[in-house]
Ligand binder design. Structure first.
Ligand code: ATP
Ligand code: ZN
Length: 224
């Protein structure tokens, strides 16, 4: 498959979508992303924008299907750990950490539970969408636990009797509070990040990436 235009994957809709588009436009890309197409041509540079679910972005970059991607470090590290465990390609290069999409992956329990560190969770079940990040953290504590995979509605799992605790993304903490939970440990701090595939690009495309990165650095510096 010959591919000349540089391919960048961004989230189609969700918390990172608008900021990604603003950043790319700020870096000088003329984009028309009003329609619902998967692939959109940049009008003034040899770049194609691929709009997908955020969960698909790390894999697309690691498999070299796209050249660049913008994704939350939480999603990126979860995919990397999973692929590492499965002996699948999990390499990529970080071009730069971005200034949006900030959140943390935290453990939370019933607000009335007495919390005495991670040992409080010994033998307990933890609901999460991030089993690899959770396992990697819990391994360091040495506390035995079981987990329960939920791709959504993680915060209602304790009340529904599905789990004793959760490991979920938090930004303000309002969702936790609304569900009678309290945040007890931060296990991963995340921001959106710009990554590049590990396989070498053509000289022309690498020059374009370098130019784009310089412009992105400028955009971020200007709003600091
Ligand atoms: P998609 O439909 O693309 O799969 P999603 O529902 O999985 O979207 P979003 O809720 O849009 O994902 O979140 C995308 C990313 O935004 C998260 O992975 C995380 O990096 C970041 N983020 C920032 N703040 C929060 C928050 N409070 N809750 C969840 N994610 C957040
Ligand atoms: Zn997602």
């Amino acid at each position: 498959m010959t591919q000349q235009r540089l391919r960048i994957a961004i989230q189609k809709s969700g918390r990172l979508a608008d900021e990604c588009q603003t950043l790319l436009k700020g870096a000088g890309l003329k984009l028309n992303l009003r329609d619902q197409r998967l692939l959109s041509h940049c009008q003034n540079l040899p770049i194609d924008i691929l709009r997908v679910r955020d969960d698909d972005i790390p894999g697309l970059v690691m498999d070299g299907v796209v050249d660049l991607g913008i994704v939350g470090e939480n999603v990126l590290e979860e995919e990397r750990l999973e692929r590492e465990a499965m002996n699948r390609p999990c390499e990529f290069t970080t071009l730069r950490r971005l200034d949006f999409g900030g959140c943390r992956l935290s453990l939370a329990v019933d607000k009335d539970l007495a919390w005495d560190g991670p040992t409080t969770l010994a033998g307990k079940r933890i609901a999460t969408s991030y089993p690899y990040l959770l396992a990697s953290y819990m391994k360091k504590t040495g506390v035995p636990f079981s987990d329960c995979m939920l791709k959504g509605s993680v915060e209602v799992a304790p009340r529904a009797g599905l789990a004793d605790a959760i490991c979920d993304l938090v930004s303000t903490g309002a969702t936790l509070e609304a569900n009678g939970l309290k945040e007890t440990e931060v296990i991963f701090r995340s921001k959106a990040t710009l990554i590049q595939t590990a396989s070498p690009l053509s000289a022309t495309n690498q020059e374009l990436v370098d130019k784009l990165l310089t412009r992105i650095n400028g955009v971020i510096q200007a709003r600091e």
